[in-house]
Write a protein that binds this ligand. Sequence first.
Ligand SMILES: [Fe+2]
Ligand SMILES: [Fe+2]
Length: 206
Amino acid sequence: MATRTKSRSSTRNSRNTNDNRSAFTWGDNAGPLIGAALAGVVIGVAANFGRKALMQGIESTAGDWDEILATEHEMALAIFDKMLATDETQGFKRKMLLMKLTHALDKHAHQEEMVVYPALREAGIKVEADQLETEHGEVKTYLYRLQEMGPESPNWLETVREFRAAVSQHAHMEEEQVFPNFKRDLNEEQDARITSLVNRDGFWMA
Ligand SMILES: [Fe+2]
Ligand SMILES: [Fe+2]
């Protein structure tokens, strides 16, 4: 509301003091329109922030960083299963599911690449961190390939099946091997710090 009032009064002031308007000057009735547009932006930002806050709230209750990431693995694999349950007549559904998968994997990879993998390297677990990050590149290659071949391609299902197996293997390496090895040497404070950073990164990527 403050933005709206400010916009109206500043438009009114400039109208009173400046008679030589440029081609870019708004018309006489533009004040309320600009105010309404700005109010819309404010509401939009607030709504988006509310959505993010909700996501954050959900993630905050989801446990430690490794549990959050394991839950996200399960969610991604569940999207793969929905994709595998489609046939070539369901092009729209396949496109929607691919979009959902892309968003989920992008957010997940960002959290790992910006927080967890750097923390692994700092702890001397460099080879594994580099291998995992290279595999994220392969994930993006699969997403690109699926996007380019289109949902009606005869190779679509086979590619999704192969892609799922690669993601499952990658998630398994993280959950069963790399993350527990790393977590074992963290004290409570370090563990909580990584959880906080993963939550914060996920918040902005949601
Ligand atoms: Fe990963
Ligand atoms: Fe992961």
